[in-house]
Design a protein. Sequence first.
Length: 382
Amino acid sequence: MKKVRVYYWSPFIDKVATTKAVLNSVLSLNTYSKKKFEGIIINVFGEWLNYNSNKNSLIKFYDLNTLNFLKKFSSRGFIKSRLKYLLIFILSYFPLKKFLKKEKPEFLIIHLITSLPLFLNLTNNFDTKIILRISGKPQLNILRHFFWRHALKKVYKITFPTLETLNFFKSLNIVNVSKLELLYDPIIHTKYLAKMKNEKLEKSDEFYLAIGRFTKQKNFFFLIKCFETICKRDQNAKLFILGDGEQRKKFIKYLKKKNLQNNVLLPGYVNNVHKYLSNCKLFILSSLWEDPGFVLIEAMFSEALVFSSDCSSGPKEILSIDDKRGILFKSNDTKDFIEKFNKIKKFDLNKIRKIKLNAKIFTKNYTLFNHHNKLIDILKII
């Protein structure tokens, strides 16, 4: 029987969680569909070359064109990133149009720089069904609102990683609600993560943990200010923030200025964060927004006790407001953070175990297998 081909369009200019979601989605499809479906990633300008050259033979790629020079084109800053998006759109217009006409894939799932495939689908009659993936609440100006209202009429399905984002999009009233589907991200690769978290961590004192790039979204400056208050009461308190980013050097200077360099440690990028997650006293997510928050789900799977901001879209929905799967504090609210932090310190062992167990059970929604089952249901509705 001929396989149903499912192509993924996700040209990225920076490392983002979406790349992991795409890789795992393809892996889930090619692992569990019993050869009925075949997932293939479109390599637009060489952005997927590093993934293509190693790792998993179950993940396949299709080279759209030879625009590898774009990889070297800087995307730092707003203007350069927008210029790069524009170049990808212009230089990929005809190659993508030719691909859709010639290859005629049954499905094309689009994640990033979606304006190009949406425009081509609107202005042409392809045999391919377009599935739009939306992560985060879209900001619709007048032009985008007009474009989406028309382009989405020809889209087959629109999927969302959280119910909050789905309901927000529904409230915009720009597309038939029958096209909207909740599809959790494939975050938990059970065997792989189990192996990673079981790696031994070098002997360390009790520590708290945060993970992510040093960006505005992660709100690490707020976290460090809160931890500064904590250290006044507990001079031995330690916080690891794993990750890199352009702002990291500024944080290092601030920590030295405040004499906190022995309390707040910034090791930089760490290949295996899971061994830290499974050994930390508390995992802290200080983000201003997420959708849904990959590291949050991984922390829950690794049996870390989770303390998160109630930002949209994800943490509040995932953890619940009753401390069932983790503890929430008001986003960017220092007073509430400190109060809840002190409350957690008084939890007994049984309460902590119960929270961790509920959290780990909930992560089954984000396994590759669960994602595959839901995605197949969407693909079969023809």
